[in-house]
Design a protein around this ligand. Structure first.
Ligand code: GLP
Length: 249
């Protein structure tokens, strides 16, 4: 595990974007596992900037998103498909046919999960998986307590997650209760993983993920077992390491 500390959100975003751009330069048709949430926004802005400067090319890149709310269509502004279009895809030269996101409108759960798993397999697996982390240690929408062996599945979102994500909706009641998410198994099969975290709200989750026992109670703790993980986080997210006397990196 390689751990990089950044001063603040801006620096965290640049460092993480550098790791993604290195992957894109080394393998122009890389399969990127992409994430949503506020954490990757700065990373995407940086990638867009480098694309506009001619330093990055998305023409051959394939992307597989981690998750999608069940029940939301791709043109619903709260959907992750919409988020990805608005914050990255519409601003770079990625080909629409190379973009994969779970279909939130598919009612047949088994069918959608099989479809998505076979897409990932058909692409030859994920080269670099970008992750944020939930305040309860979730990655993607893999909530505490779920089995590590899971592939794409339909998740019942925890109250913590619904509360944390309510800021993007008019009210807590509007947050969908279910989501499709790739599983821990899909994530762990990625050739490399980049977890980004910012701010004190993530400090406990990050501390437990990296220093605590490996347990489904903290889904991100499984990353301790992957042999090619980059952690990029800012001082806020690392604040408990300092308080508890743990070395960073
Ligand atoms: C959601 C997403 C996760 C993301 C998490 C944290 O639950 N499914 O992929 O990591 O939120 O989001 P944020 O970066 O906004 O804190």
């Amino acid at each position: 595990m390689r751990i990089y500390q950044a001063h603040d959100y801006h620096e965290m975003s640049r460092k993480a974007a550098n790791i993604i751009s290195a992957q894109m330069i080394m393998k122009p048709d890389a399969v990127l596992g992409l994430a949503t949430g506020s954490t990757p926004l700065g990373i995407y802005r940086q990638l867009i900037d480098w694309y506009h400067k001619g330093d990055l090319d998305f023409a051959e890149i394939r992307s597989v998103n981690l998750d999608e709310y069940k029940g939301l269509s791709a043109d619903n502004p709260q959907s992750y498909a919409y988020f990805m279009r608005a914050n990255l895809f519409s601003q770079v030269n990625i080909r629409p046919e190379n973009i994969y996101i779970p279909n939130g409108l598919e009612e047949d759960i088994e069918k959608e999960c099989l479809r998505y798993n076979s897409i990932i397999r058909g692409l030859g697996g994920i080269d670099l998986q970008l992750l944020g982390i939930g305040t309860n240690g979730h990655i993607g929408f893999n909530e505490p307590g779920e089995a590590f062996e899971t592939e794409t599945h339909c998740v019942r979102l925890s109250q913590d997650t619904i509360r944390a994500n309510a800021r993007f909706f008019d009210s807590m009641e509007d947050v969908p209760k279910h989501a499709y998410s790739t599983g821990i198994k899909n994530i762990m099969q990625a050739k490399s993983i980049l977890l980004a975290a910012s701010g004190e709200a993530k400090a406990e989750a990050l501390y437990q993920a990296l220093c605590g026992p490996i347990s489904p109670a903290v889904p991100a703790s499984i990353l301790q077992l992957h042999n090619n993980v980059y952690i990029v986080a800012d001082e806020g997210a690392f604040s408990l390491f300092r308080e508890r006397g743990k070395r960073i990196g």
